[in-house]
Design a protein around this ligand. Structure first.
Ligand code: ATP
Ligand code: MG
Length: 546
């Protein structure tokens, strides 16, 4: 599905190589088992797609299994809306999970393992404040200091931890910490917090719990309980791996998955963190999570990007350990490549200029054109022609430059799939703006049966004014003005002109067609908006650099 051929070893990334080694050495108990573990605190973005394509992709290629696991340990920020959106996005990308699981499915086990840690002298209840814990942790160059509560007796720890669970304490009064090493060069190993008190209802467990386990403690145990053969995560967790391993070595699980890190996807001219995307939504910089300017899967989908294009993109960027920002051009390339073959063609006039055919005697004439010039199977469309037309304002020039291939006073162009016309007269309004062109057409120049011998300048698109359907066309630019917006300053880098709204027209046949995505000839790819059928979102231009 990802377009990768597992038999072709030259294209294999380090994760696939590792999987094959593990297979060859028969190290896998139940074959390849992966998981995609989102926290349901926002919508998925194209960075998540990289992780989805990797986790589901390797399982598919090596005959394995993938779980969709919600990492729902922080009820303050999580919601059912996000859970449903995430499921929808993964399915839309074309992947099937073996089961949906949740970190919260394992809350009882996680609690029991924590009690075991206390019994084994590996965890203690710490009553310092959050701020005191932070201060005592030390820095990269200085060791931390032991908590004064570090040597509490097992009995006291068990009692306090049980009472934490029972709801006897307020948020922040106590935490459970691992007892590892306050002098460790790795700050993550300096007695990290395993549980905190949060008197907050959880979207699945309701009020059953008021203590919630931390990510680093939870994730590895869930991986072990689910028999994950390769726990794939992004590079920022590399420094957490010793803690991942410590937890699994110190709780009674009979299986210890390997954590393997790969680089996060970054994309030029956008941000890729749910925290920052939340701010764009909350501060109404965009219209919502599915605003077509967003790098979310919902936004890309609404803009008209196909799942196939995103999978192709993820396959092309590959999987490495080098962090970098990928050029937007690569994503655009993948989008075009997919739509090139699949999108029906039609005509849309984005900035209309009126053309009157002065020698047109009939009412209207039905012409036809192919939906796709290279794919006859898409069939033909009907193209009504009449004496009043719309053409693109840009396709006319009063003072054309040399080699002008479009319409100008006294010049001829072909109207695609129709006739050659000549501009005889230009009518301007009081402000000097051209408002109408009066043209004559050549009856013997009809496309496919042209006997006129005329040599027009070029070919332009057009619509019959009486038949064209009015449509709003939303043309999107980059959301940020700089290629590398930074988390601390990104709000200042927002492009104020990231959306242009045009009142144009499209062919009636486009409105009747069941397809969502079209190429407007000479213009680009456009998609019917999911909320409003009279609106088209521009997906991508026809060529790079527009
Ligand atoms: P964010 O900062 O956007 O909230 P996150 O890593 O906290 O990202 P999670 O919901 O925890 O988001 O992520 C689920 C999975 O997706 C994780 O395994 C994470 O490593 C992966 N992931 C998130 N962002 C990216 C990215 N930009 N590139 C590749 N993988 C990513
Ligand atoms: Mg996260």
């Amino acid at each position: 599905m990802t377009g990768r051929d597992p038999a072709n070893s030259e294209t294999k990334d380090f994760i696939r190589q590792r999987i094959e080694q593990d297979q060859a050495q028969q190290r896998l108990i139940d074959g390849v088992v992966t998981r995609f573990p989102p926290e349901p605190n926002g919508y998925l973005h194209i960075g998540h797609a990289k992780s989805i394509c990797l986790n589901f992709g390797v399982a598919e290629e090596y005959g394995g299994t993938t779980y969709l696991r919600f990492d729902d340990t922080n009820p303050i920020k999580e919601s059912e809306e996000f859970v449903e959106a995430i499921k929808g996005d993964v399915a839309w990308l074309g992947f099937k999970w073996a089961a949906v699981t949740h970190a919260s499915d394992y809350f009882e086990e996680l609690y029991k393992f924590a009690v075991d840690l206390i019994n084994n002298g590996k965890a203690f209840v710490c009553s310092l404040s959050g701020e005191e814990i932070r201060r005592g942790r030390g820095t990269l160059t200085e060791p931390g200091v032991n908590s004064p509560y570090r040597d509490r007796s097992v009995a006291e720890n068990l009692d306090l931890f049980a009472r934490m669970r029972a709801g006897e304490f307020a948020d922040g009064e106590h935490v459970l910490r691992a007892k590892i090493d306050m002098a460790s060069p790795n700050i993550n190993m300096r007695d990290p917090v395993l549980y905190r008190i949060r008197h907050v209802s959880h979207q699945r467990t309701g009020d059953a719990w008021c203590i919630y386990p931390m990510y680093d403690y939870t994730h590895c145990i869930c991986d072990a309980l689910e028999g994950i053969s390769h726990s794939l995560c992004t590079l920022e967790f590399e420094d957490h791996r010793p803690l991942y391993d410590w937890v699994l070595e110190n709780v009674n699980v009979n299986y210890h998955p390997p954590q393997i890190e790969f680089s996060r996807l970054g994309l030029e001219y956008t941000v890729m963190s749910k925290r920052l995307l939340h701010r764009l939504v909350d501060e109404q910089i965009v219209d919502g999570w599915d605003d077509p300017r967003m790098p979310t899967l919902a936004g890309l989908r609404r803009r008209g990007v196909t799942a196939a294009a995103i999978r192709d993109f993820c396959s092309r960027i590959g999987v490495t350990k080098q962090d970098n920002r990928i050029e937007m051009n690569l994503l655009d390339f993948c989008i075009r490549k997919d739509l090139e073959d699949t999108a029906p063609r039609g005509m849309g006039v984005l900035q209309p200029l009126k053309v009157t055919i002065t020698n047109w005697q009939q009412d209207s004439l039905m012409l036809t054109g192919p939906w796709h010039a290279r794919d006859e199977s898409l069939g033909q469309r009907e193209l009504p022609f009449s004496g009043e037309l719309w053409i693109e304002r840009d396709d006319f020039s009063l003072q054309p430059p040399k080699k002008w291939k479009r319409l100008a006073p006294g010049e001829m162009v072909r109207l695609r799939y129709a006739f050659i016309i000549r501009c005889d007269e230009v009518i301007s309004g009081d402000d000097g703006q051209v408002v109408e062109l009066r043209c004559s057409y050549f009856a013997d120049s009809r496309s496919g049966q042209d006997t006129s011998g005329l040599k027009p300048n070029g070919v332009i698109h057009w619509l019959s004014a009486a038949h064209a359907v009015a449509a709003e066309i939303r043309d999107y630019g980059r959301l940020f003005q700089v290629p590398d917006p930074r988390a601390d300053t990104f709000m200042q880098d927002i492009n104020p002109d990231s959306r242009k709204v045009l009142q144009g027209f499209v062919e009636p046949a486009i409105m009747q067609h069941e397809a969502q995505r079209f190429q407007f000839e000479r213009q680009g790819y456009f998609c019917k908006d999911s909320d409003n059928t009279a609106v088209f979102n521009k997906t991508v231009s026809l060529r790079e650099g527009f």
